[in-house]
Design a protein around this ligand. Structure first.
Ligand code: PMT
Length: 407
């Protein structure tokens, strides 16, 4: 039986120079047994004609929502509802923007709004465009909603420049599709407690001490764990993110509140992952009324409790994972932190590096474990890092349990 036997797919193609690669993708998908309906945007038709897609798919090609000649045009909702997945490859920055904001002004974007199955988007564009703040925000929004947006590849671009913007290989797109259609359930039965975001330590009713954590790393871990079958509790400081559907969500503001929530939920957890950036200090005395301006102000700070060390010391039986945000002597500081906190694994990010760490969409981490293991992950989207961290934790824990690593 082929991997995609019985799967009904819609392949959306947009107006990119990489549109010709969609032909190879279509051939691969049908070869794996999928029934594929191709949907071309008006601009995609400028790059590759519908006849090629029609011949290879054996089905009419959809394109014009308002084509009175096309009986298929009125069926777009039913078609999208039936499909196990919609794959858009290549996807332009324009398509990402429309998909993120629910604009449905042609057949493909209407299909995306009506889709009930998985949505996988493989972008292709100029490197500068991929890095543009608007594109980054649109990609983040789509991922937050559960859409799988692949990372473009780095290399020579149609503009003559080189950068990150090339359509991923057909093999990579197919592999990602197989992943979303037959998701891993390797975390079924696990109860995972994740912390995310910053804490806010009040100075007075309107001011606070905090840090630049956006929560993206912790939310990414929570989302990946849910997808892989875990029961997830997410204790989160204030962020602008939407809580992942299916998680028990515990919003907190201060480190004290986070401590309370973590200590309450840790006893039932099999894995605790503390990705939150807890403020290390809080004002010793928060003012009850707004402090008047135009005066010098000295704030006396007191250290916050070390939640991670405390939860590790309680030995609840959970596998305990911390994060370390380092800026200098990264490896040495991290090794000392792993020991000092008494935890099982420490995920280290060098937050002095541009493009990773606090408030970035990507991360690059080193995983250290208490048994002396070290495992580096290259720079990837936080969603991909989250998945790789979870896989590594399972592998280390299994090795320890199976006595392949000595305790
Ligand atoms: O949220 P993002 O914008 O996506 O950014 C992700 C991140 C950079 C915040 C994340 O990857 C990360 O590094 N999180 C930990 C940040 C941090 O507080 O590091 P730390 O080295 O100060 O703390 C080490 C560990 O102890 C952390 O697991 C922290 O949650 C925990 N801690 C720290 C202080 C404290 N009082 N209590 C704690 O539990």
């Amino acid at each position: 039986m082929a991997a995609l036997d019985g799967k009904e797919l819609i392949l959306g193609v947009t107006g990119s120079i990489a549109a010709y690669k969609a032909v190879y993708l279509l051939r691969e998908l049908t070869g794996l047994g999928a029934r594929v309906t191709v949907c071309l945007t008006e601009h995609a038709r400028e790059f590759v004609g519908p006849l090629t897609f029609r011949t290879l798919s054996g089905r009419p090609v959809l394109s014009n929502l308002f084509d009175p000649q096309s009986p298929d045009a009125v069926e777009h909702v039913a078609l999208a509802e039936r499909a196990h997945a919609v794959v858009v490859a290549p996807a332009t920055a324009n398509l990402l923007a429309k998909a993120a904001h629910g604009i449905a002004d042609d057949f493909l974007t209407t299909v995306l709004l009506a889709a009930r199955g998985q949505v996988l988007i493989a972008p292709a564009m100029d490197g500068g465009m991929w890095d543009h703040a608007a594109v980054r925000a649109n990609v983040a929004l789509l991922r937050e909603r559960g859409v799988t947006v692949l990372e473009p590849e780095a290399g020579a671009l149609a503009s003559g420049l080189s950068g990150k913007g090339r359509l991923p290989d057909v093999e990579a797109i197919v592999e990602a599709l197989l992943g979303v259609l037959t998701p891993q359930r390797d975390l079924a039965g696990e109860r995972i407690l994740v912390t995310a975001g910053p804490t806010r330590e009040p100075i007075d009713p309107v001011r606070y001490i905090s840090n630049r954590s956006s929560g993206k790393m912790g939310y990414g871990i929570a989302r990946a764990a849910l997808r892989r079958g875990a029961d997830v509790t997410l204790v989160s400081g204030p962020t602008a993110l939407t809580p992942p559907a299916g998680a028990v969500f515990v919003p907190v503001q201060t480190a004290e509140e986070m401590r309370e929530a973590v200590l309450q939920h840790a006893p039932g957890a099999s894995i605790v992952i503390k990705a939150a950036a807890v403020a290390d200090w809080r004002p010793k005395h928060a003012a009850n009324t707004k402090i008047k301006t135009k005066q010098d102000l000295t704030i006396e700070l007191t250290p916050n409790p070390d939640i991670l060390a405390e939860v590790a010391a309680r030995r609840t039986g959970a596998f305990i994972v911390g994060f370390a945000a380092e800026t200098n002597e990264v490896a040495a500081n991290a090794k000392a932190k792993l020991k000092a906190k008494g935890i099982d694994v420490l995920v280290v990010n060098d937050v002095s590096q541009a493009g990773i760490g606090f408030d970035a969409d990507d991360n690059e981490v080193l995983l250290l474990d208490r048994w002396g293991g070290e495992h580096g992950l290259p720079r990837m989207s936080k969603a991909a890092v989250a998945d790789a961290i979870l896989s590594h934790l399972l592998a280390v824990r299994a090795a320890v349990r199976g006595d392949r690593i000595k305790r």
